[in-house]
Design a binder for this molecule. Structure first.
Ligand SMILES: [Zn+2]
Length: 461
């Protein structure tokens, strides 16, 4: 059927056609590294990871390049480093390491390139200079500003008109701005702030130009997909697009702009400023990363998603049912082909809720199947259907043995020892002792299952 994606630029679903069929290119705005990622930050990472997997599957002969940047220069970083009495480099390195670990725990692939803004200062300066030379930017009091009225198409991506943009600009407009909507490409740094030499004095880049520079260097002047959260459409993406297009003379910067909806905690928007957020790192103590990922995919990426603790439990249980089906079938390696129903759902603007419902349909067929060969075939199909969404790749036995952090419980060696003692008691026909051991394990949240192949165990959820 072919991939269809909702393009923010045209506000409609469009058939996806890569500019170069041999090289599919995607850029996603990444984290500003000064603190733990909250679960809302993980949404674009998971959504675009599914798209990355899908692109690789749909273009098996092409190279697929996924770039996700790291903003490692920002006033929030400077403030946090000062508050912690640590160097900026130490803070950004430490935070980035944690970010990578957390995103791996959510079973996302690392991007092909993870550029740091501070490693792209030279191209940033070059683009700012080019914009000045072409009459789209000007230097004033150590700043370089993009002149918004110089670009007739400005506002097209976000769909904002001039009045709305000016109303959105801060009330007291800096005196050096020619137009209230003009925005910063470069700004001066004080001696105690990080800075680089430039034609306009020692300074540092504005946020938007980082992404223009990194995307242009790694993906070329125009590329296929640009992704990020809905909150980045204006001003960040509007400004990125304006800078890149005015510098290169080709419009648009990316042909397909995709934006994920926000995550609400309960009914409120989750945000650091409201203080109602939960970090990925905290949540990974309550549930396996795969359950967090599954929960995220239960909503369509363009819609808001309500995140609750009860919801997480429910979605973990839903994933339990899929692993239960695999385990009962004796498992199988993934099939080569992803089931058509799942592909069709994902190709229709990443309809992950529909794709998940197809996973459950396969699992229920699997539960009903009697023929061992049919069971194996369906288990392989379920594994393949999970793989394209980054799910169901783990061992089913290990899945049921996962336990939350900080819970005092028997470890696996102790459990194996007790199962062994129970087996000996049964051999000696001491059934009272065997039952006592089973009950003791049960009181510790460990459930035994006697099968033809021996006794297995899992943790009660
Ligand atoms: Zn960006």
């Amino acid at each position: 059927m072919g991939l269809k994606l909702h393009n923010t630029l045209w506000r409609k679903k469009e058939e996806f056609q890569p500019l170069d069929p041999n090289h599919v290119r995607m850029y996603v705005c990444g984290p500003t590294v000064y603190d733990f990622a909250h679960i809302g930050n993980a949404r674009p990472v998971i959504v675009f990871d599914v798209l990355y997997r899908l692109l690789k599957r749909l273009y098996p002969k092409a190279k697929v390049t996924y770039v996700r940047n790291v903003t490692d220069i920002d006033d929030k970083i400077n403030d946090r480093a000062a508050a912690n009495s640590e160097t900026i480099r130490n803070l950004t390195d430490r935070t980035l390491k944690q970010y990578r670990e957390d995103m791996l725990a959510l079973l996302t692939f690392p991007p092909d390139h993870e550029p740091r803004a501070t490693e792209f200062i030279e191209p940033i300066i070059r683009i700012a200079q080019k914009l000045i030379d072409k009459g789209h930017a000007y230097a004033a009091e150590g700043h370089v500003l993009f002149n918004v009225p110089s670009m007739p198409d400005y506002g097209k991506l976000s769909g904002r008109n001039r009045d709305e943009m000016v109303a959105g600009a801060r009330v007291d407009v800096a005196p050096y701005k020619r137009d209230p909507a003009d925005f910063v490409l470069w700004k001066p740094s004080r001696d105690d702030q990080p800075g680089w030499d430039s034609p306009w004095g020692r300074g540092r880049p504005g946020w938007h130009i980082e992404c223009s520079a990194m995307a242009m260097e790694l993906l070329g002047e125009s590329f296929d997909i640009h992704g990020g959260g809905l909150d980045l459409i204006f001003p960040h993406h509007e400004n990125e697009n304006a800078q890149s297009c005015c510098a290169t003379g080709s419009w648009p910067m990316a042909r397909y702009w995709l934006h994920n909806g926000m995550l609400n905690f309960g009914s409120e928007k989750m945000s650091k400023s409201l203080g109602n957020f939960r970090t990925v790192n905290e949540l990974l103590r309550d549930a396996p990363g795969e359950a967090l990922r599954y929960y995220m995919l239960t909503g369509h990426y363009r819609q808001p998603l309500e995140w609750t603790n009860e919801g997480l439990k429910e979605q973990k249980n839903a994933l339990d049912r899929l692993y239960q089906a695999l385990q009962a079938a004796g498992d199988a390696p993934p099939a080569n082909e992803v089931p058509l129903s799942v592909m069709a759902a994902l190709e229709d603007d990443l309809n992950t809720p529909l794709a998940l419902s197809h996973l459950h349909e396969i699992a229920s067929q699997l539960n009903k199947a009697a023929d061992p060969a049919e069971k194996r075939r369906l288990a392989g199909e379920l594994r393949a259907a999970g793989a394209i969404m980054g799910l169901l790749q783990g061992d089913a036995v290990a899945w049921f043995r996962w336990q939350p952090a900080g819970v005092a419980s028997l470890d696996e060696t102790e459990i194996a020892g007790m199962i062994q003692r129970r087996l000996q008691a049964r051999k000696a026909k001491n059934f009272a002792e065997a039952d006592r051991i089973r009950d003791e394990l049960k009181s510790q949240g460990v459930v035994l299952e006697d099968t033809a192949g021996g006794t297995t165990w899992k943790r009660a959820s």
